[in-house]
Design a protein around this ligand. Sequence first.
Ligand code: AMP
Ligand code: MN
Ligand code: MN
Ligand code: MN
Length: 272
Amino acid sequence: MIDLHCHSLFSDGTLTPLQLIERALVAKIKFLALTDHDTTAGLNELHNKALGHDLKIINGIELSAQFKKHDIHIIGLRIDPQNEQLCDFIAKQSERRKQRAIQIGVCLENLGVSDAYAKACEIAGHERIARPHFAKVLINAGIVCDMKTAFKRFLARGKPAYVPTIWPSVEDVVGTILSAGGDAIIAHPLKLALTRLKLFALINAFQAAGGIGIEVVSGEMLGQEIRQVADICKRFNLLASSGSDFHSDASRVGLGMQRELPDDCIPIWQEW
Ligand code: AMP
Ligand code: MN
Ligand code: MN
Ligand code: MN
């Protein structure tokens, strides 16, 4: 098995790197990429805990970007986490996240949820706050019953606690991944809420910037959706990636448990 997309408690996941390794060994994963949102903070610990096991750790990151006012995610694989340009970029992303989180806190305060930002920081245990941390604040306050409802009622685009963020462009994000020696991949293309035409425009911009891959298989995708992205992957001569987008043991798809990559796509890990 291969899993090139997952999260730890260094971003909005709930498991430690050690717990991820335990899950990866059970699933017999051969290549595991940790792709926390806008951070590489968990990579060192993941490498340490993988020592002595027959499991190759791939240095990854999931970077937030913007394309025509849409929030999109681009994954960097085989990046050098020490790369200076990448480190500077991450520092700026963290600041954007922090400012956004403070503003989400203000929105929630106005809706009657007190100290939401402080509570989100406490839940996260760090300052790289993502919306799922606020979703947990809302769940703990008894305002919503689950994560999905928290997004639907408060945190998703257009909802009362949604705060638009000016994420960097596709060119900036892909350029940074390349300068850190990595491969850039469009994450979960069907989750980006783009029309087919806009997705094609994104792919064109992404390839022009040097991006080479697309996630053909992601977490909860159904067979027909995978087929649809596989055809797009072939049409644009992209390499195919595959990952669970696992965040916790409550995730519907376990680590390495996503569906198989169609065999007419070229896997990005083919020559690793
Ligand atoms: P952020 O990076 O702060 O914008 O948060 C994005 C994260 O929120 C994603 O990586 C998912 O983990 C989670 N997320 C986004 N939309 C939803 C949703 N509708 N339901 C549950 N989780 C979501
Ligand atoms: Mn996430
Ligand atoms: Mn994502
Ligand atoms: Mn993800």
